[in-house]
Design a protein around this ligand. Sequence first.
Ligand code: FAD
Length: 497
Amino acid sequence: MTGLSAEKFDVLVIGGGITGCGVARDASMRGLRVALVERDDFASGTSGRSSRLIHGGIRYLEHGQLHLVRESIHERQTLLRIAPHLVQPLPFTWPIYRGARIGKWTLRAGLLAYDLMAGRRSRRHHSLDAAETLEREPCLARDGLTSGAVYYDARTDDARLTVANAVAAVDAGATALSHTRVTEIIRSSGKAVGAVAEAKYSGEKREIRARAIVNATGVWINDFRTDEHGRHRGSKGAHIAVPSERVGNRDALTLISPIDGRIMFCLPAGSQTIIGTTDTWTDESPETVHASTSDVDYLVRSANRYFPEARLDRDDVVSAWAGIRPLASGGTDNPSAVSREHSIVIDSGGMINITGGKLTTFRSMAAEVVDVVQQALGQRRTKAATDSVDLPGSERANEIARLEREDPQLSRVLVQGLPYTGAHLAYGIAKEMALTLSDLLIRRTHLAFETRDHGKSAAPTAADIVAPLLGWSAQMKSDRLREFETDIGRMFAIGED
Ligand code: FAD
């Protein structure tokens, strides 16, 4: 075994989702020596399959989770400030129909509480009558529409937000390895003192020693956690993307599914509308989880009730995908009622396990984890300025424009009608730690979500552009193309139930 074994770290973070990358950023900004190890790409797990919202979680008010809502709103405001290039305000229209589970007054009370928690800096909701609701969203069903409201949350690019944290960690001195899997925890007298990590492409195995180990593997948490605290359950959430002109929504909408009364979203995403999500307990493997025909039917049928002219069917679905929520607790039949709060547990081997939480609250959650790390290291607790230092990447649009100007080859779009050019790929490699076609076409761009073939026909051109940048031989190029096809086949397949 070679490589990092010579170096000893203060903290090893296993898992490069938003949780692990956030912890790595915070810990390295506190001056700790950090190794971050991710088995696939950063955000290849749940963090790249979310609804891409940085939101207070209006629906959590229903379950009385005021603390979580307050924290989420606070974090939303922080992220709008430190990452305006990745997090932007998003207005939501919430139409109310006669007999709705959440009526006009309940909604008003909820949105008032939402506004109060956000304080003066945030835009306040306003109520709408039926005509005003239709003015905002003319394609909504008219029958039974009584009123509505507009409130404000925020949208993000989940994968690139995650990557920005990994990049920030590296900028602050961390070592971050993607496509490198922890295969074993090294223990000494029962205590976790390091891990064996295996690089996917070179096959190289290395020992990474650290004084503290954080298990941030999301729904994979059971792989390393001693079972003294019980196994974690995950809840599956599926989304579909359909052409926005088929739905006719202008903005984001919060809707109550007519099928089971759950709150769901229709979200604008370029030329598409993303509709989501489902919420069902699952034992599916996180590596192969995908939407099923009944997930797709649920989302299509729910949307059709609100947009009757759309008459969506399965053929309208450009892409469908699913992720698994790593919930910190189970114990109920209804996963939607389970708190999205996180839990931090130190197991008998001294490993710090973090699970649950949301994309939105990653920063505050990371600060809490690193407090625990410092305690485990016997250090005085310090604080990193993670709420005031900007996340990296604000220069991306300018850099991409510069690359396009300087090299005409990089200025050509990869797929007609989508904004992605070779320059997006070159930037992803140079600045966003992308190493494979899946990293680039699924997570540094969303090309695979936005095309019916999920980027398959664009992939050979993309491979030609990136091969010299990544030093690929002809053999490696065809291996990477095959690997990409396997990845999109897994992620975007619509399976039987
Ligand atoms: P993950 O992102 O899954 O990261 C864990 C990582 O560990 C993975 O990348 C995995 O590859 C890696 N790993 C596993 N085993 C190993 C190993 N042996 N060695 C190295 N690495 C390993 N939250 C919001 O705030 N807003 C939303 O809009 C939102 N929408 C959601 C919609 C859906 C459908 C779902 C499922 C969740 C949503 N969430 C949302 C919640 C949010 O996405 C998750 O809470 C968050 O992404 C979890 O991040 P994580 O880092 O804990 O897990």
